[in-house]
Design a protein around this ligand. Structure first.
Ligand code: Q46
Ligand code: ZN
Ligand code: ZN
Length: 302
């Protein structure tokens, strides 16, 4: 296999693009895809400041690396979920990454904000772990960006993640989730930070290759709660379809974004208020995060 650009031996074969690249040209291809994502959805401008939510995994660290290399003003935010060794190790990866590049890493401890680490939150509320965790992440990332004066919050969701989420939402026809699924969610309230996913054009295999070729030291293990998550079953189904027909995931996601999403967006209209307890944006009187923290407090009180 030869590189499409220079004819040297290729390091990676991208069947869905019908192309193969050597290492330097793959890195160039990867960054071009990120630039195209930023341009297409007007995710941010050079004068924006971007807070990258990093988990210590390949995707978020690859994203941070690209944005630094592209010259954006960034910082990282790491959410310490308190999930045993997984959190200890993933935090160390983020700290080492930031230190090696002279970047700021903001650390938010979920146990401090919610009143208990994620495994205890799950026991106290009997909510599915990932639902309490996802809610806390969204809230704390937004709050951290506001507090530290960043204009955009970026996450490392890739094509596989986005296609799997879309598949799950379609399976249950969750129209509110479909209306919110987008590579860029604009700020619709002064206290709601714009959210972007600049890796949505790149597959998991591609972000892993990029992280490897760039020498990024990331945590390979998944969060222990990810095992058995339905999203993994959805990824399996999509991987089998991709195997049979390269480009299937891409067509599924991009078809939705280009042709169907607008129909769901039009149906969604909510009035945003400020939470009476914490002041963050909510649709009710008290935000879901404050309700969660209150529930944890009641269940863990001596
Ligand atoms: S939501 Fe669930 Fe993740 Fe939170 S509990 Fe782990 S798997 S980290 S992406
Ligand atoms: Zn080449
Ligand atoms: Zn609140």
């Amino acid at each position: 296999m030869k590189c499409k650009k220079c004819g040297e031996t290729a390091a990676l074969d991208l069947r869905r693009h019908n192309a193969a690249f050597c290492s330097p040209h793959f890195i160039e291809f990867f960054r071009k895809q990120v630039r195209e994502a930023i341009r297409h959805y007007r995710m941010f401008e050079p004068d924006d400041t971007v807070m990258v939510a990093v988990s210590g995994g390949k995707d978020s660290l690859a994203l941070w690396d690209v944005l630094i290399e592209e010259g954006y003003r960034t910082c990282g935010v790491y959410l310490d979920l308190g999930i045993f060794d997984y959190s200890v190790e993933s935090r160390a990866k983020c700290e080492a990454f930031a230190a090696a590049r002279g970047q700021t890493l903001v650390i938010e401890r979920v146990a401090e904000a919610v009143g208990a680490p994620i495994p205890v939150v799950q026991k106290a509320t009997r909510r599915p772990t990932c639902s309490a965790c996802g809610l806390s992440k969204r809230y704390l990332i937004n709050r951290a960006a506001l507090t530290h004066g960043y204009t955009v919050a970026a996450t490392g969701h890739n094509l596989d993640d986005e296609a799997a989420t879309l598949f799950g939402s379609v399976m249950h026809w969750q129209t509110d989730a479909l209306s919110r699924q987008a590579p860029m969610l604009p700020s619709t309230h002064p206290k709601l930070i714009r959210r972007v996913k600049p890796l949505y054009r790149l597959s998991e295999r591609e972000t892993a290759a990029y992280a490897f070729l760039r020498g990024i030291d990331y945590i390979v293990e998944e969060c222990p709660f990810a095992r058995g998550a339905t999203s993994l079953a959805h990824k399996d189904v999509l991987n089998r379809m991709e195997e049979a027909s390269p480009g299937a995931k891409h067509n599924f996601l991009f078809g939705f974004l280009d042709k169907a999403r607008a129909a769901f967006e039009a149906a969604e209209s909510v009035t945003l208020l400020e939470c009476a307890s914490c002041g963050q944006v909510t649709t009710g009187e008290i935000c879901a995060f404050c309700k969660l923290a209150d529930q944890v407090k009641r269940h863990t009180a001596p």
